[in-house]
Design a protein around this ligand. Structure first.
Ligand code: PXL
Length: 277
C-alpha cells in the first residue's frame, strides 16, 4: 500500500493523436499511481501534422479548480506538467504546485513540451519560452529534448555535437535553477541515441540503439514513463532507463502498424512497462 501515491498531471487533451493526457493517464495508471488530471486545453487533434484543429484554452478554469482542491485539502505526491496552453497558464501552474504539493514535499516535474527538430510548436513564442524558463527553474526534474534545451538556454541548435556542447547546455539549465535534468535524445554517435541524467551536478548517460522510424508522441510517452517509475521509487537513472527501454518498445510496436504516422502504439506494450517496475 505504501507505494500507492496520488499525482497530478497538467497537459492538454488532444482528442485524437496519442499524445499528452491520452498517453500520460494510461501510462501513469499502469505504473500504479492514482492519476489526477488538469487539462490545459482541449484540441481536436495535436498540432503536428494535422491542419484545421480546434483549440479550447482552459486557462481561466484553472484558479477555480485549484481553489476547490485547496478547500478539499487535496495534496499530490508530484505535479507533472507537459504541453501547456498559454503563457498565463504557466503562472497558474506555479501556484497550483505551491498550494497542492510543494509544502508537503511533493515533486515538480516539468516536461517543457514546446518544440522539436529545431522549431517551436505552432502557437508558441518567445514570451512562452521565457515563462517556461521560470517554471523549469522551480522544478525538481526537467525533461527537455535537445530543441527545448536550446530554446531554454539560448544555445544554438545543432544536429551534430560533442560532450562539451551538451555540458554547456547542462550548465546553463542549472543556472536557470533546474535541479535535475533528464535530457532526452542525446546522440554522440551514428545509430545510437540516449538519455543524459544530470542529477545534483553528476552526469550519467544511458545509450541505446537509434530507431529510424521514430514517431510523434514519443516525448510524452518517455516523460510519462519516467515520472511513473520515479514516483514509484526508482532512482532517476533507473527511471530514465526504464522509460527509454519502454519508448523503444513503443517505436518497435508502431512499426508493425501500417500508416500509423500521428502517434506511437504504446498500448500493446504497456505490459512490458509494468514488468520493468
Ligand atoms: O507531444 C507534444 C504535444 C502535446 N500536445 C499538443 C501537441 C504536441 C506536439 O506537437 O501539438 C497539442
Amino acid at each position: 500500500m505504501t507505494t500507492y501515491k496520488k499525482i497530478l498531471t497538467i497537459q492538454d487533451i488532444s482528442c485524437v493523436g496519442q499524445c499528452s493526457l491520452t498517453v500520460a493517464l494510461p501510462i501513469l495508471s499502469a505504473c500504479g499511481l492514482e492519476t489526477c488530471i488538469l487539462p490545459s486545453a482541449v484540441l481536436s487533434t495535436h498540432t503536428a501534422g494535422f491542419s484545421g484543429y480546434t483549440f479550447r484554452d482552459l486557462t481561466e478554469d484553472m484558479p477555480a479548480i485549484k481553489n476547490h482542491w485547496v478547500k478539499e485539502n487535496i495534496q499530490f505526491a508530484a505535479v507533472y506538467t507537459g504541453y501547456l496552453g498559454s503563457t498565463k497558464q504557466i503562472d497558474y501552474v506555479v501556484d497550483i504546485y505551491k498550494d497542492t504539493a510543494k509544502e508537503n514535499g511533493g515533486l515538480l516535474i516539468v516536461d517543457p513540451a514546446m518544440a522539436d527538430n529545431g522549431k517551436l510548436y505552432p502557437g508558441f513564442d518567445e514570451a512562452f519560452v521565457e515563462a517556461m524558463k521560470e517554471l523549469c527553474g522551480k522544478a525538481d526534474y526537467v525533461i527537455p529534448n535537445l530543441t527545448e534545451a536550446c530554446f531554454l538556454t539560448g544555445v544554438e541548435y545543432k544536429t551534430s555535437y560533442d560532450r562539451a556542447y551538451i555540458d554547456e547546455i547542462l550548465e546553463k539549465l542549472s543556472a536557470l535553477g533546474c535541479k535535475n535534468v533528464i535530457f532526452t535524445g542525446v546522440s554522440y554517435q551514428e545509430g545510437k541515441t540516449g538519455i543524459v541524467v544530470y542529477e545534483n551536478g553528476q552526469y550519467s548517460y544511458y545509450e541505446h540503439d537509434f530507431l529510424p522510424n521514430s514517431c510523434h508522441g514519443t516525448g510524452d510517452i518517455y516523460a510519462s514513463a519516467f515520472v511513473g517509475a520515479l514516483v514509484r521509487g526508482k532512482s532517476a537513472y533507473d527511471a530514465a532507463k526504464i522509460a527509454a527501454d519502454y519508448t523503444v518498445e513503443c517505436i518497435k510496436a508502431t512499426a508493425e502498424v501500417k500508416n500509423h504516422w500521428y502517434g506511437a502504439a504504446f498500448e500493446p506494450v504497456l505490459g512490458k512497462l509494468i514488468g520493468m517496475l
